[in-house]
Design a protein around this ligand. Structure first.
Ligand SMILES: *Cc1c(COP(=O)(O)O)cnc(C)c1O
Length: 485
């Protein structure tokens, strides 16, 4: 048998602490008092919360067992498309946790925050260099918040020219947050279909671009994993009618050190530090979605901005055209420190190599699986590739069954049913940090599943069978949640 990471033994059950507690158990003992207890004042007596009585080992086992129910990048391959679930070096976590950083109060005066301000200033410079843009704001806490900030910037830019266009072009291969961010800013998203190559054609943009359109939001590489090759021509069309080009750069992991966003016509671009630049994500937690802009949009960036005055870094609000604040203080600074350390430790050459390997890994996986799974766009991809469940249709096996079965083999399922332009999509992003051995294991598991579809489809319909939880009723879970009172 193959050495898949998935197994069944020693996945331990664990009840709630309330079910586990026994009256009188203690996690510690304190010396017997040698003074008479004082008579408590009735008015001051508080029963305290109703917590169970537990011993130290009860508590240690409880939380240790719960931690083994989690799956993360530190446990195994996590090929979730459009998420860049790559390994994040622990050293960056350690550095961001240094007391000088972690305990710095955001209200410290500038003169006592020079170190952190310098790091943020330098990080802005690094990100400007990596993207080819002129100015950077680190404040937004997520990709989607970067998008919203970008939309506000577009609005402020047009307003400064006495214009109030009301629409934004969003292709069908954009990330789902794009039309949502445009709508939240009050724009009407105008959908444009991608062509047979899975990218946007200049003609289709030309058809819808008009004076009422504020600009376009382009995810590049897009959610099919393809580079928008016509972006320069598209940008020219949009610019010619007074619009701006917003680039969703959350997929920067595919193009670091390779693509200069400014030169391909992008005016505003956000990055996801919590995807590309060494912050773990996937279960919530702090992130950062910096926006990088061209020179003429710099005056609109959120405040406060870090400026250098007489050799000192100071926070300045003196930008009258700014869209204002988008986050408390400076955003999630710990995430920025991790990104700064990651970029310094990698160096320019290795950032480029990281993107090259991310693309190589995705293409390797695509080539080794395309005889088993339907590949709707059979061409060289960037950091991710998209399959469908079409080949398994005869057995009535669907994408969901394939994803669930992958858990039995010890892998996190890929992104499924997204992008929406592909029916039954299975979107795989292996990232550069998976070795060939680990990629081969994932490929072998998927090939084995394709074989099972024909030989034993019931196995898939019941999957996962080896996991702690079996197939859940996801619709009921969402519609009728069982909440503990
Ligand atoms: C992840 C992602 C986003 C959203 O980022 P969040 O930090 O989750 O808000 C936007 N666009 C693309 C292409 C993404 O992959």
């Amino acid at each position: 048998m193959k050495d898949f990471p998935g197994t069944t033994g020693l996945v331990l059950n664990e009840p709630l602490l309330w079910e586990k507690g026994r009256a009188g158990r203690q996690g510690f003992s304190i010396p017997r008092t040698d003074v008479e207890p004082a008579q408590p004042d009735e008015d001051l007596v508080w029963e305290g919360p109703s917590l169970p009585d537990l011993s130290e080992i009860d508590v240690v086992r409880h939380y240790t067992r719960l931690s083994t129910w989690n799956f993360g990048i530190d446990t195994g391959t996590y090929p979730l498309g459009s998420c860049t679930m790559k390994y994040n070096p622990k050293i960056n976590e350690k550095l961001a946790g240094l007391p000088g950083f972690a305990k710095a109060h955001p209200l410290l005066p500038n003169r006592l925050s020079q170190g952190i301000l310098e790091i943020m200033f330098e990080l802005q410079r690094f990100l400007a260099e990596i993207t080819g843009m002129d100015a950077v704001c680190l404040q937004p806490a997520a990709g989607a918040q970067g998008e919203l900030s970008g939309m506000l910037l577009i609005h402020a830019f047009h307003k400064s020219q006495g214009r109030r266009p009301s629409k934004i072009i969003v292709p069908d291969t954009a990330h789902g947050t794009n039309p949502a961010s445009a709508a939240l800013c009050g724009y009407s998203p105008v959908a444009v279909k991608s062509n047979e190559k899975g990218i946007l054609s200049a003609e289709s943009v030309d058809k819808v671009m008009d004076d009422e359109t504020a600009g376009i939001m382009l995810t590049n590489p897009n959610t099919l994993g393809f580079f928008e090759e016509n972006i320069k021509e598209i940008a020219d069309i949009v610019h010619a009618r007074g619009g701006l080009v917003y680039g969703d750069g959350a997929n920067m992991n595919a193009i670091m050190g390779i693509v200069d966003a400014a030169r391909i016509g992008v005016d505003i671009l956000h990055l996801n530090l919590h995807k590309t630049f060494s912050t773990p994500h996937g279960g919530g937690g702090p992130g950062a979605g910096p926006i990088c802009v061209r020179k003429d949009l710099e005056p609109f960036l959120p405040v406060p901005r870090i400026v250098r005055k007489k050799g000192e870094y100071v926070l300045s609000e003196d930008f009258p055209q700014s869209i204002g604040k988008v986050h408390a203080f400076m955003g999630n600074v710990g995430v920025m420190i991790k990104a700064y350390c990651y970029i310094l430790s990698m160096g320019a050459e290795n950032l480029k190599k990281c993107s090259q390997l991310a693309v190589l890994n995705a293409n390797y996986l695509k080539e080794r699986l395309k005889d088993k799974f339907n590949l709707p766009y059979d061409r060289t991809c960037m950091h991710e590739c998209v399959f469908t469940d079409k080949n398994q249709a005869a057995e009535k096996i669907r994408t969901l069954d394939i994803a669930k079965r992958l858990m039995d083999y010890g892998f996190h399922p890929p992104t499924i049913y997204f992008p929406l332009v592909v029916n039954g999509a299975i979107m795989i992003e292996p990232t550069e940090t998976e070795s060939k051995q680990d990629l081969d294991l994932l490929i072998d598991a998927l090939r084995a599943i394709a074989h099972e579809c024909r030989e034993n489809p019931d196995l898939l319909r019941d999957a996962p069978t080896r996991c702690k939880m079996k197939r859940l009723d996801e619709v009921s879970a969402a519609r009728k949640p069982h909440l503990i009172e």
